[in-house]
Design a protein around this ligand. Structure first.
Ligand code: ADP
Length: 541
């Protein structure tokens, strides 16, 4: 028997309509590329999103066409999120940190018709212009008097175009399963792959993200998303903001410690969201000027593992709780999250820190499991490692125009991560499956080793890879970058690790380097390092 409830579609435009009706005066604050601070309200954003929709109609954009953005976190990008998806087109948020050839690939692969671009990124497009000939026009997100000299053809000023449009627009209703936005993975091998989110998946993800034991957002929250709107939709926060009416503080291009601190002091957010490297910069900056976070209660960290020292620093120096979260472009991105709860409250601090290091529990709506290479599910004992599989209504079911189905297995998505899951469903990422080191048949987590070693006060960054070994197949070697002026040698690093890791995990070599390669999203790029150092232990035996 079918239920007898209304079948209203879950549409992104309905989130904005809700916010405009319910939280019209909620503030949205942005640092602009122009350098100044801009403020307006949800009501203003909703009006301008409708102007964007009228503009798309004038530009001849059809249902399902891809319209791209190349922009920082700011109010104009927020309007475009709603204007483009709400209109029925697909918002393609381009990650400017991709390499030039990847940018060319994704603009062509997505068949972007127009690109809305922040001033900062105009040169990036000029550089690839000969290779993206299918783009019909470029709209620069700036005031008329700030328009740059540019080689881009068919170029327009966003503010001039918007000024000419009406702020009346009837948002269309359509199937909630239609594509709403797309994001390409940064891909450490091969070309980036497109993940096409639907209106339904976006709305469900946003609703699943706001709860007390997830992001804990409400109309009295004020949050600062440092995670970019070009990287998995800033973890869905532009949508969560409309559901809750939380105030957003957009950092624009100012992602360095000093700019972030200035904004935090001025706007007093209670929640910050970003990747570990951003928080390292902020922590260092606050240390250097002797300041402490006053308004912040929670800091959400994801994208890479949060080191133990960071968890402690936020707690002990700033009285802020680090919420560790895990996800991927393919999971919208929130898969698991580790918010404060009764289990933690009952633990002594040192044990709580260890629990905080785990990536948390699945958000209601998604399911996770670990399996072995034969596909058999492994026990949830917090010790056994396995391939982490996930499924749920905001998890990818296939890549856009790409027949690679190697990650999809019986309705589950293979995350490429290796993890443990315990009896309370706390998941802990052990490693990426291709980065885990197999020493004599046993696994060593490169992430655990890196995060322990980086606690050494003389080290700025650490990278662990497996090198071939005649007896053990593979052994870990540790590549490190010293802090400027630090007096560190191999012995002091190994002494530091002693007692903090099991003895057989001790790296066979510590190699000092000047720099380490990263992917476009700031993760260590180990593929070339593995090749370069493959025979290091054999050659130096
Ligand atoms: P990319 O486009 O580089 O794949 P994603 O953000 O999709 O960017 O990366 C997802 C991957 O990042 C995950 O599969 C996992 O390996 C890693 N990751 C994300 N969050 C965490 C975390 N909290 N701890 C450890 N690794 C993480």
């Amino acid at each position: 028997m079918q239920g007898l409830m209304m079948d209203r579609p879950l549409l992104i435009s309905s989130l904005l309509q809700h916010a405009e009706a319910t939280h019209p005066n909620t503030e949205i604050v942005s640092r602009r590329c122009e350098g100044d601070i801009h403020r307006y309200t949800m009501k203003d954003a909703a009006k301008r999103a409708r102007k964007v929709a009228n503009l798309l109609s004038r530009l001849g954009i059809n249902d399902g066409d891809r319209v791209a953005t190349l922009a920082w976190n700011n109010y104009r990008h927020f309007e475009l999120y709603y204007g483009i998806s709400g209109y029925g087109a697909v918002l393609h948020t381009i990650n400017p940190r991709l390499f030039a050839e990847q940018l060319v690939y994704i603009v062509n692969h997505a068949e972007d018709r127009f690109i809305f671009v922040d001033l900062t990124f105009v040169p990036l497009l000029e550089a690839i212009l000969p290779h993206i000939g299918n783009v019909e026009g470029f709209i620069i997100l700036a005031d008329e008097d700030k328009m740059p000299e540019t080689k881009l053809p068919n170029v327009h000023c966003y503010e001039t175009l918007l000024a000419a449009e009406s702020d009346e627009f009837e948002w269309p209703e359509f199937d909630e399963r239609k594509g709403a936005s797309m994001c390409y993975t940064s891909g450490t091998t091969g070309n980036p792959k497109g993940v096409l989110y639907s209106h339904r998946s976006t709305c469900l993800h946003a609703q699943g993200s706001v709860g007390a034991e997830v992001m804990g957002l409400s109309s009295s929250s004020c949050f600062l998303p440092v995670v970019p709107m070009f990287h998995v939709n800033a973890w869905g926060t532009p949508y969560s903001a409309c559901i809750t009416g939380a105030k957003q503080v957009f950092p624009g291009p100012g992602m360095d410690g000093a700019s972030l601190w200035e904004l935090i002091e001025a706007e007093q957010p209670d929640l910050l969201l970003g990747v570990p490297t951003v928080w390292l910069m902020l922590l260092n900056h606050m240390d250097s000027i002797g300041k402490k976070l006053e308004s912040v209660t929670n800091v959400i960290v994801g994208g890479a593992a949060a080191p133990l020292q960071m968890i402690k620093d936020f707690d002990q120096k700033h009285d802020a709780f680090l919420i560790h979260a895990w996800g991927m472009t393919e999971t919208s991105p929130i898969g698991t999250i580790n918010a404060f709860n009764g289990i933690m409250a009952a633990l002594p601090k040192e044990e709580r820190y260890l629990l905080q290091q785990k990536q948390g529990r699945p958000v209601s709506g998604v399911e996770i499991k670990i399996i072995d290479d034969a596909g058999t599910e492994l026990p949830r004992d917090g010790k056994t490692f396995g391939r982490l599989m996930i499924r749920g209504p905001w998890v990818v079911s296939g890549y856009y125009n790409n027949d690679d189905v190697s990650s999809f297995e019986n309705g589950w998505f293979d995350t490429g991560d290796v993890a443990t899951i315990d009896e309370n469903s706390y998941m802990n990422i052990v490693d990426r499956s291709k980065d885990v080191i197999k020493s004599g048949g046993e696994w060593i987590s490169s992430i655990d080793l890196e995060n322990t070693a980086v606690g050494h006060p003389g080290l700025a960054e650490c990278c662990v890879i497996g090198a071939r070994h005649p007896k053990w197949d593979e052994r870990p070697i540790l590549l490190v970058i010293k802090n400027e002026g630090a007096d560190v040698d191999e012995k002091s690093v190994l002494d530091y690790l002693e007692g903090k890791i099991v003895k057989w995990w001790t790296p066979d070599a510590v190699i000092f380097v000047d720099s380490l390669p990263h992917t476009a999203t700031g993760k260590l790029l180990k593929i070339n390092l593995r090749k370069e150092y493959e025979n290091y232990l054999i050659d130096n035996a």
